[in-house]
Ligand binder design. Structure first.
Ligand SMILES: Nc1ncnc2c1ncn2[C@@H]1O[C@H](COP(=O)(O)OP(=O)(O)OP(=O)(O)O)[C@@H](O)[C@H]1O
Ligand SMILES: [Mg+2]
Length: 230
C-alpha cells in the first residue's frame, strides 16, 4: 500500500544542514554536523564510517526517532519539524521499519510476540497477527523459534527477529543499524540477502555498516567522519 504521493524526482527522505549536538557536563559533541543528503524511493543506500562518526545518530534523525538540534528532515518533500508526536509515531509505525543496533527486543515477550507488537499497536487486531508474525519469522528462518524469548535466542536469531518486526507493517523505508554486527559470516550473509530481497521488492533501504564488503552491496555509499559526510 502506498501512503504518500511519492514521485521519483522528489527524495523520499532529505536532510538540509542537519545538526545534532549532545552536551554531557562541559563536553559538547556534534554527533551530526551539517549533513545534507537525499535518498530516493527504491534506493539501497549504505552509511559507513568509523565508530563514533555519527552513523546511528544520523539514522535516528532520518527515521524520526530523534529530533535535530538544527536543520531539517524532509519526508517526501515535507519538512517534519512541525509534525506532532502522534504524527511522527504514525509514520514510524506504518511507513518506516527500524532494526536497532542492539536489536531492542522486549525481553519478556517471545519472538512471535515481539514481531506482532507493532501490528497489534497499529490495528488492535490479534487474530491475523499470529498468522502474519509466523509468516515473517519463517521468512527469516526462525519457524522453530516462535516461542523463544530473546534470552533464549542467539545474537543472529535476535537480529532476525528484529528484522521480522521491522517488516510487520509493510514499511516503505527500511532502516537497519549495523544489522550484521557481531554475527558470523554465514549469518551475516543471510541477513544481507534478506535486505537485498527487500530492496528488489521496491523498499527503500538505508543500512548502517562499517563492513566494506556489505556496504558495497548497496547502490550508493554515504561515508561519515566526525559527524560530516565525506
Ligand atoms: N545520547 C548521547 N549523549 C551524548 N553523546 C552521544 C549520545 N549519543 C551519541 N553520542 C556521541 O555522538 C557521537 C556519535 O555517536 P553515534 O552513536 O552516532 O556513532 P556511530 O557512528 O553510530 O558509532 P558506532 O559505529 O560505534 O555505532 C559519539 O561521539 C558519541 O559518543
Ligand atoms: Mg552506531
Amino acid at each position: 500500500m502506498q501512503f504518500w504521493d511519492v514521485s521519483m524526482d522528489k527524495p523520499i527522505i532529505q536532510t538540509v544542514d542537519l545538526v545534532k549536538r549532545y552536551q554531557v557536563g562541559e563536553v559538547v559533541t556534534k554527533a551530526v554536523n551539517g549533513v545534507s543528503i537525499e535518498v530516493y524511493k527504491g534506493e539501497f543506500v549504505a552509511i559507513d564510517g568509523k565508530s563514533g562518526s555519527g552513523k546511528s545518530t544520523l539514522l535516528h534523525l532520518l527515521s524520526l526517532l530523534d529530533r535535530p538540534t538544527s536543520g531539517q528532515v524532509l519526508v517526501n518533500g515535507d519538512d517534519t519539524a512541525h509534525y506532532s508526536r502522534p504524527r511522527r509515531v504514525d509514520i514510524r509505525l506504518n511507513r518506516f521499519g527500524y532494526v536497532f543496533q542492539d536489536y531492542a527486543l522486549i525481553p519478556e515477550l517471545t519472538a512471535l510476540e515481539n514481531v506482532m507488537l507493532p501490528y497489534f499497536m497499529d490495528t488492535g487486531c490479534l487474530h491475523d497477527c499470529l498468522h502474519i508474525g509466523e509468516g515473517l519469522l519463517e521468512r527469516v528462518g526462525l519457524k522453530n523459534r516462535l516461542h523463544n524469548r530473546p534470552a533464549q535466542l542467539s545474537g543472529g536469531e535476535q537480529q532476525r527477529v528484529s528484522i521480522a518486526r521491522a517488516l510487520v507493517n509493510k514499511p516503505e523505508v527500511f532502516f537497519a543499524d549495523e544489522p550484521t554486527a557481531n554475527l558470523d559470516s554465514d549469518t551475516s550473509e543471510t541477513i544481507i540477502s534478506i535486505i537485498e530481497e527487500l530492496h528488489q521488492q521496491g523498499i527503500t533501504v538505508l543500512m548502517v555498516t562499517h563492513e566494506p564488503q556489505f556496504a558495497q552491496r548497496a547502490e550508493r555509499i554515504i561515508t561519515m567522519s566526525d559527524g560530516r559526510v565525506v
